[in-house]
Design a protein around this ligand. Structure first.
Ligand code: HEC
Length: 163
């Protein structure tokens, strides 16, 4: 009788471990799918064009470990000069929920006003965040933004008036 009880316990334990094991499986798959999706969103929305130095010059073939580290090529217009933020440092330094708030309130009067980031769904914004988390922090901060009328000492591109 005693023996049967122990056997029953063992069976229950096996079932329990089996259940938690199988319930972990989908969430793991979901997470790697998020990374894939995030990589895709970053690529099709052209974030690398500005936030990854030499990305366009390389024919979009830079390895992803070098993506989104920001840069010191200024975007200059009547509103001042802005430098593409290091997203590897920014996103790895804030929570996923804070990222959603930031992405919806993108700074105006900068090339980011051209990017449809605030229109991206929560799900895709979370995927972008998880992709950048997966890449990890890298690089240094981009130079600080310069106000209107101050000429940059770095290289810069003339950028049209944001709409
Ligand atoms: C046309 C060039 C360009 C593209 C494309 C671009 N960015 Fe930016 N981004 C910039 C520049 C320049 C800044 C710095 C703006 C400033 O300092 O005012 C910036 C700033 C940011 C910031 C910081 C905003 C803040 O308020 O601190 C985030 C976050 C960001 N970009 C995310 C993205 C993501 C994600 C993508 C792709 C969906 C993207 N950017 C595409 C040029 C670009």
């Amino acid at each position: 009788m005693h023996c049967r009880f122990i056997l029953l316990l063992l069976v229950m334990l096996t079932l329990f471990v089996g259940c938690t094991g199988s319930s972990q499986q989908p969430s793991h798959i979901e997470r790697s799918t998020d990374v894939e999706r995030g990589r895709y969103v970053v690529e099709i929305m052209g974030c690398n064009d500005c936030h990854t130095p030499d990305y366009m010059g390389s024919g979009s073939s830079l390895p992803e470990k070098d993506w989104l580290v920001g840069g010191d090529l200024g975007f200059h217009g009547s509103w001042g000069t802005a430098y593409p933020t290091n997203l590897r440092l920014l996103l790895n330094g804030i929570s996923e929920d804070d990222w959603l708030i930031l992405a919806r309130r993108m700074r105006q009067s900068s090339p980011m006003s051209w990017v449809r980031l605030p229109k991206v769904t929560d799900q895709d914004l979370r995927a972008v965040y998880r992709f950048v988390k997966y890449l990890g922090p890298k690089g240094t901060q981009a130079p600080a933004r310069l106000p209107a009328g101050v000429m940059p000492t770095t290289d810069y591109l003339e950028f049209p008036e944001p709409h």
